[in-house]
Design a protein around this ligand. Structure first.
Ligand SMILES: [Cu+2]
Length: 318
């Protein structure tokens, strides 16, 4: 309730500043934000609908005019834009936009819910046992670990075993969905999948960052990077690959990154909702008016439009 009031206040003052007529104000307000759930909090029907829609993307034509499918477009776009959207200020708003584009594509494939997230902070002590890896109610688990040769670490169970993502980084190299969970060492109390890098303690210290740039840098480099590496290793799709959206877990991962950014913003919404800064790819200073590129896959947008999840254009909450 407090959240809705805050949103209404911000909306009112913005509209006053822009001198919009009251009718426009009413039409543009975000009055009932869509709730994005943690995977394990969703109903069985919601989980199943989400997974069916993710598989459906692989039956739809490319929106980029490629011979690969709509499913592969996400990996392709992420690869093409990689240097413009990582290790720069736009990392957070760009991935917020990318998750929204995916959510809308799922909805076009019959899914009626919203984007969902995997709360890897809550699961950091035993990430490999998380609900998201369940073969029946989730995304299937680890890949085959009997070999380290590329292309052999196929996911062995769950709904995605028949998937054939086309791209590996920027090359067309069709393959099975590949995962290679980083092993832990239980005898030393070291969790698998680099879980120590995204524990509640680590997140609490990142949340002490007071600037957008400090928060962006730390969340991108530590928890975000560790989850990619922990799930994919060096030979899996989620590893440090520019084609990491090949793994449907990419989107649950990035929805969680988005949620953590929002939680950071919510610590001081007046100051932080539009707090932005740091560098662009060319080293110049980033601005709220910067363009978020989408390589022709979705309309270009601006950073400013992706700062406030309670805005009329986004209108969701966690
Ligand atoms: Cu990315």
């Amino acid at each position: 309730m407090k959240f809705i009031q805050t949103v209404a206040l911000i909306g009112a003052s913005l509209d006053a500043a822009l001198a919009l007529p009251p009718s426009t104000l009413r039409r543009q307000a975000c009055t009932s934000p869509k709730l994005r759930k943690e995977w394990s909090q969703a109903t069985r029907a919601e989980q199943s609908s989400y997974i069916q829609a993710a598989l459906c993307l692989a039956t739809k034509p490319s929106r980029l005019g490629l011979s690969s499918t709509l499913y592969d477009d996400f990996a392709r776009v992420h690869d093409i834009l990689f240097n413009q959207i990582h290790s720069v200020a736009a990392f957070l708003p760009w991935h917020r936009y990318f998750v929204q584009v995916y959510e809308e594509a799922l909805q076009e494939c019959g899914y009626t819910g919203n984007a969902m997230y995997w709360d890897w902070v809550a699961d950091s002590e035993a990430p490999a046992s998380a609900a998201v890896w369940d073969p029946i109610t989730g995304f299937g688990g680890n890949g085959n670990t009997t070999s380290t040769v590329w292309g052999t670490n196929c996911v062995l169970d769950g709904p995605f075993t028949g998937l054939r993502p086309v791209y590996w980084n920027n090359a067309a190299m069709p393959h099975c969905l590949l995962r290679s969970f980083t092993p832990g060492s239980p005898e030393d109390g070291v969790p698998e999948m680099l879980g120590a890098n995204y524990s509640p303690t680590v997140m609490a210290s990142i949340n002490l960052e007071t600037t957008f740039e400090g928060f962006r840098h730390n969340i991108e480099n530590f928890p975000h990077g560790a989850v990619h590496q922990g799930v994919g290793g060096f030979v899996g799709d989620m590893g440090p690959q520019t084609s990491s959206p090949n793994d449907p877990m990419f989107f649950l991962h990035h929805t969680q990154v988005d949620r953590l950014w929002w939680l950071w913003q919510q610590q001081d919404p007046q100051t932080r909702t539009f707090a932005y800064g740091g560098l662009r790819e060319d080293g110049s200073s980033a601005s709220l008016d910067d363009i978020l590129p989408m390589a022709g896959f979705a309309p270009q947008s601006t950073v400013r439009e992706y700062m406030d999840i309670g805005s009329a254009g986004l209108c969701y909450t966690y």
